[in-house]
Ligand binder design. Structure first.
Ligand SMILES: Cc1cc2nc3c(=O)[nH]c(=O)nc-3n(C[C@H](O)[C@H](O)[C@H](O)COP(=O)(O)O)c2cc1C
Length: 195
């Protein structure tokens, strides 16, 4: 049994893609072809959203000068490993919507679904993704020219997985798939339960 199956046991039958996706930090020095990269955005495009407003926006960086802009607002604890990723993507959402007469209360929820689709498609294509919340949101908006009414939810590193030995030694132990809480701890029938 490989490490993935050993750590990620499911209680119910599901497509293996969900447990196959995890967030490694070791990236190969290998470019992501343009059509492969855009197929991830194609998957994100088909996510559901309230009133089909599709509040998600993506800014990606693969050229050195664009990647440098991203590196300038990502926390150092993430830069140490994500600087090797060939593509960095900002997952942005539009916080307001004319049709709703103001704020869109589900902008992040819908954009989260889109990122989920993107991550699963990446797994299908043999790529890895690693989401990051550890970055300066205000600096990100400034560096990428993002208007006031947009929110930068996360930055995602995209690329091909490398050996854990490519990482600094302090990261070796963590470079493996994680487990999850059991279903009973977060799924309740009829009424909420504090657990
Ligand atoms: C929105 C979001 C923010 C995250 N922020 C960071 C981060 O700043 N640094 C990091 O190393 N990992 C970060 N992660 C990765 C999570 O720690 C990881 O997804 C979680 O432990 C579950 O592991 P898995 O993705 O390998 O299944 C983030 C993930 C998400 C979805």
């Amino acid at each position: 049994m490989d490490l993935l199956q050993e750590i990620r046991k499911t209680a119910y039958q599901i497509d293996p893609i969900y447990t196959k996706r995890w967030s490694p930090r070791s990236f190969l020095d290998k470019e992501v072809p343009n059509d492969v990269l855009h197929s991830l955005f194609e998957a994100a495009r088909w996510a559901p959203s309230a009133a089909n407003v599709q509040p998600w926006r993506f800014v990606f960086a693969r050229k050195d000068e664009d990647r440098e802009k991203f590196i300038s607002f990502i926390n150092e604890s993430n830069v140490v490993w994500c600087k090797k990723a060939p593509v960095l993507v900002a997952i942005i959402s539009k916080t307001d919507e004319e049709r709703f007469g103001g704020a869109n209360p589900t902008h992040s929820f819908d954009t989260g679904a889109a990122w989920g689709f993107l991550a699963l498609e990446a797994t299908r294509k043999g790529l890895i993704t690693h989401g990051m919340g550890g970055f300066d949101r205000e600096k990100a908006k400034e560096a990428l020219g993002i208007p006031e009414n947009y929110f930068v939810n996360a930055i995602v590193a995209v690329g091909y997985q490398g050996e854990k030995e490519l990482l600094e030694e302090s990261y070796h132990e963590r470079e493996k798939p994680s487990d999850r809480k059991p279903i009973e701890s977060f799924v309740f029938e009829g009424a909420f339960q504090e657990k």
